[in-house]
Design a protein around this ligand. Structure first.
Ligand code: HEM
Ligand code: HEM
Ligand SMILES: [Fe+2]
Length: 460
């Protein structure tokens, strides 16, 4: 790391791993409830667990993006963060809002928009908080030594994500209107502006880890941004098939969402190309694993498994079933969870000066988490396809079918245990790094030189 203020990222990274752990706990609570072990039901009904699980996911990913921005932006802009003090205040208030929201869910204090159940008063606090964050990051870029494409795309992605949060706060009596605007947040986030954040973080990681010229890496970033907008905006229509919106959305949503995998494919090819062309071996192999893994698994989870149910002809059968949950898990994992784990894996040795960058725990964490997630996705796929067949082809009652597919959740729980083991190993490694240290600083003018880094960093 070149700037002291980059250390602030650590707070966000540590918090986001804590929230991920909590998310997994709620996942298990639901998984066990699904196989009939619902002893917690009276205190923690399924809908509470589900709301907490999905909202924790959104919050920890956003926390990770913020940490990534605090780490990357000073480096990209070539100066210290505009105001480290403000960043700490922003961190503390962000955590406070998150904690209040999660506790509130347990008393059913929420607003019923899936993924965005945070109640209105807290929404306003989120807006103020994110404005503080954007101001700090924006001023750092504005007063920086240089404007990098990567930094600007990152800022634009974060800024648009904040802007798109607002339509989700408008209140509608009409169910169709309410659903219509919910997707402006949920869809336009994950298949729109979050992809820009993803592109920017990947660009940063690829520049650092492969040593390929910034110009080459950033040219690809433009392609990713272009493909994302071309397909993702009108692709929103794949959520407008059955909610009471006009019929033309079947066509618009079908065609444009079917193009969405292209952006993810481009990111996968981009990462593989950069990796193959890179002349040098960066010592941080675990960082590289997560980076490449993210680029590839996002294509599988979002691109391939999204495409699988995006045509109206298919979606009319699969809509709102466990097929959706199957895709939701792998897409969020591949694209955004792995992305955050990649930037953490890259940043930790830089912040702490410890060379824990290709140890057994790290590799095991990567493989067990990924194999576990593939298993979970497989179990959900089988459950989902059975559900579609029994419920929608044969016309059996919803609850009868849920009982019928119960057994697949035993499989899911086994895979989830493997997955959770991977995350525990990742966190063990994270803890072993210790806290960020000023001794890990490298000279401002040292470029991205691996050699400079190697001589500077102490041995683990
Ligand atoms: C990283 C990117 C993506 C993430 C994180 C993601 C995640 C999700 C999630 C969580 C849902 C459930 C939403 C809800 O019902 O509230 C969903 C639904 C859906 N996704 Fe994705 N997705 C991504 C990309 C894609 C892509 C690229 C496609 C198409 C090629 C796609 C197609 C769909 C479809 C058709 C649905 C609606 C399923 C239904 O009708 O129940 N997704 N996605
Ligand atoms: C031990 C691990 C986990 C278990 C056992 C688990 C289990 C579950 C269950 C049972 C549901 C509700 C399905 C339903 O009834 O509709 C769910 C929803 C969801 N989970 Fe997980 N989960 C785990 C980890 C994760 C992780 C790591 C992610 C993201 C990276 C994730 C993302 C989601 C999403 C997006 C939904 C909502 C899906 C939808 O809208 O259809 N989960 N999870
Ligand atoms: Fe979508």
């Amino acid at each position: 790391m070149k700037y002291k203020s980059q250390k602030i990222a650590y707070l966000f990274f540590a918090t986001c791993l804590l929230l991920l752990s909590l998310q997994i706990v709620y996942g298990f609570i639901m998984g066990f409830a699904r196989i009939g072990m619902d002893g917690l039901h009276d205190w923690l009904p399924y809908n509470v667990a589900r709301t907490t699980h999905t909202n924790l996911l959104v919050v920890w990913l956003l926390t990770g993006f913020m940490g990534a921005a605090y780490f990357m932006i000073p480096d990209e802009a070539g100066r210290e963060l505009y105001s480290p003090k403000l960043a700490i205040i922003q961190y503390a208030s962000w955590v406070l809002v998150g904690v209040v929201a999660v506790i509130g869910f347990h008393f059913q204090w929420w607003e019923g928009r899936k993924f965005l159940e945070i109640p209105r008063p807290l929404d306003f606090l989120v807006v103020v908080n994110v404005l503080l964050f954007l101001f700090n990051i924006g001023m750092t870029i504005w007063q920086g030594k240089r404007f990098s494409t990567t930094g600007l795309v990152m800022f634009f992605g974060l800024f648009s994500a904040a802007l798109l949060y607002l339509p989700g706060m408008i209140y509608f009596d009409n169910q169709t209107a309410d659903s219509f605007f919910r997707w402006w947040v949920v869809h336009l986030w994950v298949e729109g502006v979050w992809e820009l954040i993803m592109g920017a973080i990947l660009a940063y990681l690829l520049i650092k880890l492969t040593g390929i010229d910034r110009e080459v890496v950033e040219k690809w970033l433009y392609v990713v941004v272009g493909l994302t907008f071309l397909s993702g905006i009108l692709g929103t229509g794949h959520h407008y098939y059955w909610i009471g919106t006009p019929g033309y959305w079947l066509m618009v949503g079908g065609v444009f969402s079917a193009l969405e995998p292209l952006a993810f494919l481009a990111m996968a090819i981009w990462a593989i190309q950069m990796y193959r062309k890179s002349g040098r071996q960066h010592p941080n192999q675990i960082g590289l694993y997560w980076t490449m893994g993210c680029a590839i698994m996002s294509f599988v989870g979002a691109g391939f498994l999204g495409f699988a149910h995006t045509w109206p002809q298919v979606n009319q059968w699969t809509h709102g079933t466990l097929v959706t949950a199957m895709h939701g898990h792998m897409a969020f994992w591949g694209a955004y969870a792995m992305l955050v784990l990649a930037i953490i894996a890259y940043a930790m040795p830089m912040m702490t000066g410890r060379k824990l960058w290709n140890n057994l725990t790290g590799y095991l964490a990567f493989w067990t988490a990924n194999i576990g997630m593939v298993g979970m996705t497989g179990a959900l796929a089988v459950a989902g396809i059975s559900q579609v067949y029994l419920e929608r082809k044969l016309g059996l009652d919803f609850l009868v079918v849920q009982k019928e597919i119960q057994v697949h959740f035993v499989g899911m729980l086994l895979a989830a245990s493997l997955f959770a083991t991977g995350i525990i190993l990742y966190i063990i490694n994270f803890i072993r790094f210790g806290l960020p240290k000023d001794e890990a600083m490298i000279p401002e003018d040292s470029g991205d030189d691996v050699a400079a880094l190697n001589t500077r960093l102490q041995t683990a």
